[in-house]
Design a protein around this ligand. Structure first.
Ligand code: TRP
Ligand code: ZN
Length: 877
């Protein structure tokens, strides 16, 4: 298979100034006429134009109006090549495609009676022959023709400039987008919808028409999306001085979609799960996700569309930056503490695992087989962490000055990550050359911390050493620039400044080893480092449980308290597994952890802090089994999973009455539902307490009454998650009731599929098979596949990691079918199987055995081939 390399980049030799597209839409045969105005950029370059194309039937090709015969061009699987071309010319190409048989959902596809496109990254070549690369920017004019009754709405980018009726019940609309754009930002949607309309007046008093298109009958579920859009528009004006540029902004919700959403210029296409919401059908988390994804796509209008990527290796230029921007937006709209914890959990459970796997890559990758495989937690989330570090180093004013310079320099261009760093550097006169290693080096640095104390000088010294484990692509790793936020707590809880601190609360480490010192302090002072996850590293620093309890009581930073509590849970899991203490003797667990952790000393503190529901909910949430495995590698994941249960029971042993009293108090004062932060925090704590209590048989009845009294989806889902623990008739009755209530709603039913897929039960595999036959399930619908098969692989620890390997085999069998339907989705769901590195050898062998079966499969997609072959190679090294 062909590998593309970042360093092989070559500028295009032709460019396309104007594109005129005409679509004659029909599900089984759509004709696309593309008229390209082309000019040669480099007069010395070869006079041959190589266009990309995939799965296209070429009907005709004309050069300056004259038909070319077959001897005048070359056609291969992926290219159309035309030679002996003048400096400027027009090319008219007619192709035929079949949207209804397109199950990959890339290019133009037809599903749920809607025509829809997805062109990022390289989908446009499945529509017509083109220079399908992000550094070719063109002005698009698009005419769509289709049946008037079936497809009353015909949408594309920019402004509608013409429309009319045609014979045979057909009609047309012509769209013009005045902004030059790469083909991946092109979009077309045709179908029937309900439309929610509104107007936004920009800072410079321009009126922008806002439209949200949803499935008929769902208008009431579009309001939150519209509010989120208006908030995003306002926020970007206020925060970064960025104003919207077209007269119209459209969002379309569709049921068939490979990812979350897509930022096509002026016409965003969304997975309906990230648009539709009302209290009865959407959880607080859904409301949050909708707001942040609407913002993300809107923010792309500047970071992505106005300034785009030169090539796909630069993807983090737009994605890392836009994720960082949507994170800042969410902090202003909701609550910074739980947002940061969520982001850190994603980094620790998923990005660190990716970095330990064969798919480890820098945020700016060097080699790619299938671009779709690089829309990763590394490019997106670690990419955002890198931007966040620049913000920490430059300060808020400096960072914003850098952003302003970036747009001054590059508006209308397709640029590189280096261009971004250069703008940041030049606006601040700050040398970022060493820092920019974060773009080129993969892997998670480990920072080891040793502490020493000089009694005479009363000097506390922390000696830090950083080390990044090597990878096969990068046998030598270099030190990185690490901004370190810290807190030094004296015995009485007062804060001490580090001697190295220049006054901004940050110490910067840029060499392999460094020290941080504190003068005139007590030996018992406690120093925490990398607070707020100020750099994406693993920190190895020893604390006793007593020190961690001290941090929880005294720290002035809630994130630091949460870290301390996570540290206690990890220590507990380590203690139990090291001493082979298992659930089978819970009273031994309780005794042991009581003596070891001494959590009961937190009783008074917890009681006082029950009035801080957000912090309490976070403190009482155990680390995911994946992040436990990250912290305690080479242990049996099932043992860690059992250890979590044992620790939960120990928590109840110490705090049962406190949890129960506070749960009852919280449900006693339930307000009318609103998505509003105070309520969100209370519901979150209520759910956490309910789930803890449901571990005890005497409290399981609470689950049922919580379900019965719920007036919103958040509480309903909390009940069902608690019900999963008991997994008895009661749970099944609740699930049946749920499907009766929501069987008509495909978005809500994804939750039901996902709940079924994550139950711990011996017959889970036959359950999965049964559910695949459910009338609402379809292998062609990515949301369904993710809800059922994806949830099983990612979240059903006991089922997926069953000791006999049956979970791995089940997933593999499914992927063999899915690969030929939708390779992009298959390549996402395979992730847990490629992350065998931290598991015990027996389990690794079972996982790799299945990977080998896949590789033996004839006709494997590029998507799966890239991930599977790399993973096997790493195993054999
Ligand atoms: N650019 C989109 C975003 O992050 C990502 C995306 C949506 C995508 N659909 C896709 C990427 C399909 C690859 C393929 O906002
Ligand atoms: Zn994005």
């Amino acid at each position: 298979m062909q590998v593309k390399k970042r360093l092989d980049y070559q500028a295009p030799t032709f460019t396309i100034d104007n594109v005129n597209l005409a679509f004659d839409l029909a599900p089984d045969a759509t004709h696309v006429t593309s008229q390209l105005t082309v000019s040669r950029i480099d007069p010395n370059a070869l006079d041959e134009l190589i266009l990309d194309g995939h799965d296209l039937a070429l009907i005709s090709i004309l050069l300056d109006g004259v038909t070319l015969n077959e001897s005048q061009y070359d056609l291969s699987d992926n290219n159309l090549i035309v030679r002996r071309l003048p400096a400027c010319f027009t090319l008219t190409i007619v192709t035929k495609i079949e949207p209804q048989s397109n199950t990959a959902l890339e290019g133009l596809y037809f599903a749920s009676n809607t025509f829809c496109t997805q062109c990022e990254a390289e989908g446009f070549r499945r529509i017509t022959y083109y220079l399908d690369r992000p550094d070719v920017l063109s002005v698009f004019t698009v005419t769509i023709t289709a049946d008037k009754n079936a497809y009353p709405f015909l949408l594309s980018n920019g402004n509608a400039i013409d429309s009319g009726e045609l014979p045979n019940d057909r009609h047309f609309v012509t769209w013009h987008d005045p902004f030059k754009k790469p083909a991946y930002l092109f979009a077309l949607v045709a179908g029937d919808f309900d439309v929610l309309e509104d107007v936004y007046v920009t800072r410079s008093q321009r009126e922008v028409s806002l439209q949200v298109f949803v499935e008929k009958g769902r208008l009431a579920q579009a309001n939150h999306a519209m509010d989120s859009l208006k908030k995003s528009m306002k926020w970007d004006e206020q925060t970064f001085n960025l104003e919207y540029d077209l007269d119209i902004y459209m969002i379309v919700a569709v049921d068939f979609f490979n990812m979350g959403a897509m930022e096509n210029k002026g016409l965003n296409v969304f997975n309906s799960k990230f648009v539709l919401a009302q209290p009865e059908s959407a959880t607080d988390e859904d409301f949050f996700n909708i707001e942040s994804i609407i913002a993300h796509e809107y923010f792309h209008n500047w970071t992505g569309n106005r300034v785009s990527c030169r090539d796909w290796f630069q993807l983090s230029l737009k994605e890392g930056l836009t994720v960082y921007r949507d994170q800042c937006f969410s902090d202003d709209m909701t609550s910074a503490l739980s947002n940061r914890i969520k982001q850190v959990n994603v980094m620790r459970s998923h990005q660190f695992a990716e970095d330990a796997s064969a798919m480890s890559h820098p945020i700016r990758p060097d080699e790619v087989i299938e671009m779709n495989n690089f829309y990763t937690v590394t490019v997106y989330d670690k990419g955002a962490e890198v931007i966040r570090m620049m913000h920490t180093l430059l300060g808020d004013k400096g960072f914003k000055a850098g952003i302003t310079l970036y747009f001054d320099r590059h508006d209308g261009q397709a640029v590189t990550c280096d261009d971004f760093v250069a703008a940041m550097q030049d606006a601040n006169n700050y040398d970022l050359s060493l820092f920019s290693r974060w773009y080129s080096q993969s892997g998670t640095p480990v920072v080891t911390v040793e502490q020493s104390y000089d009694n005479e000088k009363r000097l506390l010294t922390l000696q830090l050493v950083q080390n990044t484990p090597t990878t096969s692509a990068q046998p030598e790793k270099h030190p990185l620039v690490l901004p370190i936020k810290y807190e030094c707590l004296d015995v009485d809880g007062s804060l001490i400044l580090a001697n190295e601190d220049q006054g901004n609360g940050v110490v910067v480490m840029s060499t392999e080893s460094a020290s941080i010192t504190f003068s005139n302090v007590d030996e018992a002072s406690i120093v925490t480092l990398f607070n707020g996850f100020s750099a994406p590293v693993k920190v190895s620093q020893h604390f006793t449980p007593a020190q961690r309890l001290q941090i929880i009581k005294l720290s002035q930073d809630d994130f630091v308290k949460w870290e301390a509590m996570q540290g206690l849970f990890i220590q507990a899991a380590q203690h139990l597994t090291d001493h082979h203490i298992t659930l089978s003797d819970q009273s031994l667990v309780n005794h042991t952890l009581h003596d070891f952790l001494q959590l009961h000393t937190l009783h008074a503190w917890m009681d006082e802090n029950m009035s801080k529901p957000e912090l309490l909910a976070e403190l009482l949430s155990l680390p995911s089994t994946e992040s436990l495995l990250q912290a305690l590698p080479q242990r049996d994941i099932l043992q860690l999973h059992q250890a979590k249960r044992a620790i939960t029971l120990y928590l109840l042993h110490e705090f049962e009455i406190l949890f129960l009293d506070n749960y009852l108090a919280l449900i006693d004062s339930t307000p009318v539902y609103a998505y509003e932060q105070h309520q969100v925090n209370n519901r979150r704590l209520t759910g956490v307490l309910l789930q803890l209590l449901a571990h005890l048989p005497q409290h399981q009845h609470l689950t049922q009454s919580h379900f019965t009294h719920s007036n919103n989806m958040t509480d309903t889902l909390s009940s069902l998650k608690s019900g999963q623990l008991a997994n008895n008739d009661n749970f099944n009755l609740m699930m049946d009731k749920f499907s009766q209530d929501w069987g008509h709603d495909t978005v809500v039913m994804d939750k039901w599929f996902s709940l079924h897929a994550t139950v711990e039960r011996d017959d889970i595999l036959s359950q999965l098979t049964l559910l695949q036959a459910h009338p609402m399930f379809s292998i062609e619908n990515p949301n369904k596949v993710r809800a059922l098969i994806g949830s099983f692989a990612f979240f059903n620890v006991c089922g997926f990691h069953a000791t006999d390997g049956s979970g791995y085999e089940y997933l593999t069998n499914y992927l063999m079918k899915l690969d030929s339907v939708n390779a992009q989705v298959a390549a996402r769901i395979i992730t847990p199987l490629t992350q065998w590195q931290l598991h015990i050898p027996e389990r690794q062998a079972l996982m790799v055995k299945q990977l080998r079966r896949l590789l033996d499969n004839r006709g494997l997609s590029k998507d799966l081939f890239e991930k599977v072959s790399k993973s096997i190679l790493q195993f054999e090294e």
